[in-house]
Design a protein around this ligand. Structure first.
Ligand code: AMP
Ligand code: GLY
Length: 420
């Protein structure tokens, strides 16, 4: 079977790697891909928002299933477009993708189906929110409604910060804003929780803890993710049941009641407060770097799982996982998540030798004349699977230290809560 993957990050490289091992998959195309996917798949330089061009290519190459990595094309309705053209897609349709595309859509769903989440209010203009800022209890969390690559969330300690946040959002920093969302601040520990669904049934797909802040000790700017470990240290059976019963099942019922269903990966970003789960946000895709961290633990044939999902046969499979501890460190360009330079050669990557259970997934990289150059904020992901998180981290750092690249930085404390 021929499969296509849309996207160009570490997540997509990890997806390619998992599919490479599949007995079902004969050829992989990655659109547009990076210097890492290049060695497994055929990279195809197409604009992922140009659905017509994607369709022509997919039909020409007789690609049978397309896996959508990032959220943007899903929110823009790529599933609906491909489905209409008889192309099988792994990923949710436009209505279901609202779970990530509109925080207000998700909050309203939580309200209707009594899904535990932070208390919230929806404010339609600046004046109305100002009233609220005058006599609320701080801190509060202010959010833009639509997609903002993780940047549209402000944790505000006082009125001044809140006013600034509201001004920025209503001022159009994240696109035209009809409303803002204001939430109660939840104090707990975060957990990324995943399921995979074919629309009829679903299976859990691992947990992880991401490290979103740029600097060690969880300080600095929010990023797309500086590293992760799996499983989350918070995982236990009781919590698992609460998450499924109180959050996942009512969400899927809510989508059913809207006349639709969820196919693909669903990622619940949770805050765990005294072993009680609260939904912070949904993403309608795999996490990045959670995907790179979790997928190497999958023992079942990933191609078979994807094939089952697009054919509503997931109930026939049993997913098999390794009990190992997986940890990922992201090597970034200096300056990320703000300004950084691109196009700096990473000199000796091809000479770094990896043992079994060790992976270097490319994210922001590009190959030119057989040389590898940086091409983004998050550049390489070092993932190690072993019996202990501490060992995984030590080995990842050792490998990073072997890389001859002058513009990198990374966090040495990934997994600090579980390693100590
Ligand atoms: P989101 O994009 O909604 O996941 O928010 C980004 C980050 O902001 C989350 O990963 C949390 O660290 C933090 N956050 C969002 N909402 C809340 C909340 N209600 N209480 C505490 N922290 C929050
Ligand atoms: N790791 C956070 C995300 O994928 O959104």
């Amino acid at each position: 079977m021929k499969v296509g993957i849309i996207g160009s990050g570490g997540r997509e490289h990890a997806l390619c790697e998992a599919l490479k091992k599949s007995s079902k998959i004969s050829e992989i195309y990655c659109i547009p891909g990076n210097a890492g996917t290049n060695s497994i798949a055929e990279n195809v330089d197409l604009n992922i928002s140009d659905f017509e061009k994607l369709k022509s290519f997919i039909i020409k190459k007789k690609i049978e299933i397309v896996i959508i990595g990032p959220e943007k094309p899903l929110v823009e309705g790529i599933e609906d477009f491909f489905q209409k053209n008889n192309i099988k897609v792994f990923g949710p349709n436009k209505i279901a993708a609202q779970l990530e595309g509109s925080k207000i859509f998700t909050k309203k769903l939580c309200e209707k189906y009594k899904i535990p989440t932070a208390k919230f209010g929806i404010f339609e203009n600046f004046k109305q929110s100002l009233h609220f800022f005058n006599d609320c209890i701080y801190p509060i969390v202010i959010k833009a409604d639509g997609l903002a690559s993780g940047k549209g969330v402000y944790i505000c300690e006082d009125k001044n910060a809140s006013v600034e946040a509201a001004k920025e959002i209503f001022g159009g920093k994240f696109g035209k804003a009809k409303n803002i969302l204001i939430e109660e601040f939840l104090k707990g520990e975060e957990m990324s929780f995943f399921i995979i669904s074919d629309g009829k049934t679903y299976k859990t797909f691992g947990t992880a803890q991401d490290h979103k802040r740029a600097l060690e000790g969880d300080v600095g700017k929010n990023t797309g993710g500086m590293g992760a470990y799996s499983p989350s240290r918070l995982e236990n059976e009781d919590l698992n049941e609460k998450i499924l019963n109180r959050i996942i099942d009512p969400t899927l019922k809510g989508l059913n009641d809207l006349g639709t269903k969820f196919k693909g990966f669903l990622y619940a970003g949770l805050m765990i407060v005294d072993n009680e789960p609260f939904l912070i946000e949904y993403n309608v895709r795999m996490g990045d770097p959670e995907c790179q961290t979790i997928l190497p633990k999958l023992k079942s044939d990933f191609g078979e799982i994807i094939d089952a999902c697009v054919n509503e046969k997931l109930h026939l499979l049993k997913l098999d996982w390794s009990n190992d501890k997986s940890l990922c460190i992201v090597l970034c360009s200096k300056g990320y998540p703000e300004k950084y330079a691109n196009d700096i050669e990473i000199k000796n990557l091809k000479n770094i030798s990896l043992n079994h259970d060790e992976f270097v997934f490319h994210a922001g990289t590009q190959e030119k004349n057989s040389k590898i150059y940086s091409n983004g904020g998050r550049v390489l992901n070092f993932v190690i699977k072993s019996k202990e998180f501490k060992k995984s981290r030590e080995r990842a750092i050792q490998l990073i230290n072997e890389v001859d690249w002058e513009n990198g930085f990374f966090r040495r404390d990934i997994g600090h809560k579980v390693i100590g």
